[in-house]
Design a protein around this ligand. Structure first.
Ligand code: ZN
Length: 205
């Protein structure tokens, strides 16, 4: 084999990432090749989706991992507090109770399902809520369902904190009006995204 001869032509270099020449150096391609990777979680697109509201998505991420400081979790860390739910004062305040089974949240889910013209459903556990969010039909596409789930979970926690920190109690149907407004605002702000295009008509019909 002939050694390259600089007298004949200039040296060139090629940047390759995982065997593929990629022209110029690309920080993003290089990082993608080097970073530690885990397979995508099955719930990822229910938490992070195009058009989500960042603070609601972040909150949903925490709720989904069961990392919110519910009274049940606070007590398990050794805090000497009652573990009864801030919203109903009856059951133990776990994530699933707070967001799915509490009478306060059930009023909200009932109102939401009615608005989406869907049969009344009781979400038995968190997995059932995720399965419902992934499902869709013509009157409630997946994006609308996820928007609703984010808004309900976010507002239930907000109201729970309102009672926990400020002792301010607001009836669930008043909270539902806030949720309704949040959803309308989200849809209006993202009306140029394909997945949001028909949602307002569906939500208002
Ligand atoms: Zn409760």
């Amino acid at each position: 084999m002939m050694l390259p001869n600089s007298a004949q032509e200039d040296d060139t270099f090629v940047w390759t990432v995982e065997g593929q020449p990629c022209g110029e150096f690309s920080a993003s391609k290089t990082w993608e090749a080097l970073r530690p990777k885990e397979s995508e979680k099955e719930w990822a697109d229910l938490v992070w989706f195009k058009g989500s509201t960042p603070k609601q998505a972040f909150h949903m991420w925490l709720a989904n991992l069961d990392r919110l400081p519910t009274r049940s979790r606070l007590a398990s860390w050794g805090m000497n507090i009652p573990i009864t739910c801030c919203l109903c004062g009856v059951s133990e305040e776990t994530r699933d109770h707070l967001f799915l089974h509490c009478q306060f949240s059930q009023v909200l889910w009932k109102a939401v399902l009615q608005k989406l013209k869907l049969p009344q459903t009781l979400f038995t556990d968190w997995r059932a809520l995720l399965a419902w969010s992934k499902d869709f039909n013509p009157s409630s596409p997946k994006t609308l369902r996820i928007l609703v789930v984010h808004a309900v979970v976010y507002n239930v926690w907000r109201q729970r904190n309102n009672i926990y920190h400020n002792q301010v109690s607001i009836p669930p149907l008043t909270i539902f009006r806030d949720i309704d407004r949040l959803i309308r605002n989200s849809i209006t702000a993202r009306r140029n995204l394909k997945s949001f295009r028909n949602l307002m008509a569906l939500w208002l019909s």
